[in-house]
Structures are given as C-alpha cells and as structure tokens.
Write a protein that binds this ligand. Structure first.
Ligand SMILES: Nc1nc2c(ncn2[C@@H]2O[C@H](COP(=O)(O)OP(=O)(O)O)[C@@H](O)[C@H]2O)c(=O)[nH]1
Ligand SMILES: [Mg+2]
Length: 223
C-alpha cells in the first residue's frame, strides 16, 4: 500500500517529460539539427559540422523549458536502419521529420552562358531526377508513418532543411507533394529551416514545444 501511494505521489510531482523522435532520410541533417537545438536552447557549444558522422545507433539530446523536459531521439535514416524506428513509435509524443530541401546541383548560368548552357541543361535534368526520386522515397516513408496507429494523434513538424544553400524546395511545395497522404484532422506544420544558420528553428521547435505542453500527456512509458 505504501509503495502504491509513494508511486502515485512521485508520478504526480515528476517533471513532465516529452519525447520527440527525429526521422528522415540519411543526410537530411537530423544530427546537425539536434546539435543546433542544443545550441539554441541549452547554449551548448555545437559540434563542428565536419565532426558529425553518420548515425548508426541513437543520439539523445535534452532541453528543459519552463519546468518541462524535452528529450529528442535522433535515429539513423539509412534504409537498413529504418526498421528500428518502429520500436520508438509507442513512446514518442511527437515526430520531427527532416527533409533535405536543397536542389543545389542546379547551376546558375552567369558569365559563360553559352558554354554552360548544355552542361547546365544536363545537370538540371539529372538534378530534377534526383529531386523526384528523393520526394518519391519521402512519400513512401510518409505513407508508412501515416498507417502507424501509435502515431495517429501526435503532432508532426516537417522541416525543409538546408535552406542556406539556395534553390530549395519551399515548405509549401513539400506540403503539396505530401498533401494527399495527410489525414484530415492531423496536426502538421511545415517550416523552412537551416540547421547551419538556425533560420526557422525557433519558429518550428517553439511551435512543437507549445503544442506538446498544451495537448499531450507527458511521461510516456519507455519500453
Ligand atoms: N548547407 C547545409 N548543410 C547541412 C545542413 N544540415 C546538415 N547539413 C549537412 O548535411 C550532411 C548530413 O548531415 P547529418 O546531420 O549527418 O544528416 P543525418 O544523416 O540526417 O543525421 C552533413 O554534411 C551536414 O554538414 C544545413 O542546414 N545546411
Ligand atoms: Mg545522423
């Protein structure tokens, strides 16, 4: 009996903790994003970009705001690692989905316009194909996520990353590409960001944090 009362008591006065899963294709910038989040909200020094290596396991980042704790899980995005994602779905309060929105291979003709014309044309065709392939893969992943019962009622923050590179897909373009997959009544926000410069980060992360505090039950059980 004492144990039960003690358990209830400690549960009632436990700091609210929210879990946020960062997903996306490999190289979209998930780990760099996590570093930037810790830098902005914890004032931690960022790991230099050239020292961030591909994620095989799990990176964890914690921030605390106004008496609430937010725990970010950054998982590897390679195809072979994506089956691990599932084991986190029932424990997460939110998803951050990171997309490399740059189409940086598009060369802009400036001076040597004629000389570059053919080269640019070929690169543009190749680049267009790369962008289309990437969007196709993102659509496939998104379609699978939308079928997960454990993710039904949680908010999704979709980040169009690498905006500092220019020639980027806008959040609207990405939303249009995924629109038919998004369930009616779901909670989605699309934001343009750069994990290098921090552009758009506060807009996206502040929205998510506020949403969680107002609408989600904290302290989900972790298996
Ligand atoms: N220019 C630019 N490069 C980025 C940005 N975010 C990540 N990168 C680069 O993209 C590559 C993949 O980043 P990483 O965080 O390891 O991606 P992850 O595989 O999704 O974790 C690295 O070379 C990063 O330096 C960004 O906002 N702008
Ligand atoms: Mg990574």
């Amino acid at each position: 009996m004492f144990g039960l009362v003690q358990g209830l008591f400690s549960q009632m006065f436990k700091t609210p903790e929210y879990y946020i899963l960062i997903l996306g294709l490999e190289n979209s910038g998930k780990t760099t994003l996590l570093e930037k989040i810790k830098n902005i909200y914890n004032k931690e020094e960022e790991t230099p970009h050239n020292l961030i290596f591909p994620t095989v396991g799990l990176n964890i980042g914690r921030i605390q705001i106004g008496g609430n704790k937010f725990i970010f899980w950054d998982l590897g995005g390679e195809k072979g690692l994506r089956n691990i994602w599932k084991s986190y779905y029932s424990s997460t309060n939110a998803i951050i989905f990171v997309i490399d929105s740059s189409t940086q291979n598009i060369m802009k003709s400036t001076e040597n316009e004629n000389e570059n014309k053919n080269k640019n044309k070929n690169m543009n065709i190749q680049n267009e194909k790369n962008v289309q392939n990437q969007l196709k893969e993102i659509r496939e992943i998104f379609a699978q996520l939308m079928e997960e019962k454990d993710l039904d009622d949680i908010p999704f923050l979709v980040l169009a990353n690498k905006q500092d590179l220019g020639n980027c897909l806008s959040p609207n373009e990405i939303e249009e590409c995924l629109f038919d997959l998004l369930p009616i009544g779901g909670t989605f926000k699309f934001v343009a960001i750069s994990s290098y410069t921090g552009q758009g980060m506060k807009e996206g992360i502040d929205w998510l944090i506020e949403y969680l505090v107002l609408h989600s039950l904290p302290n989900k059980k972790i298996d």
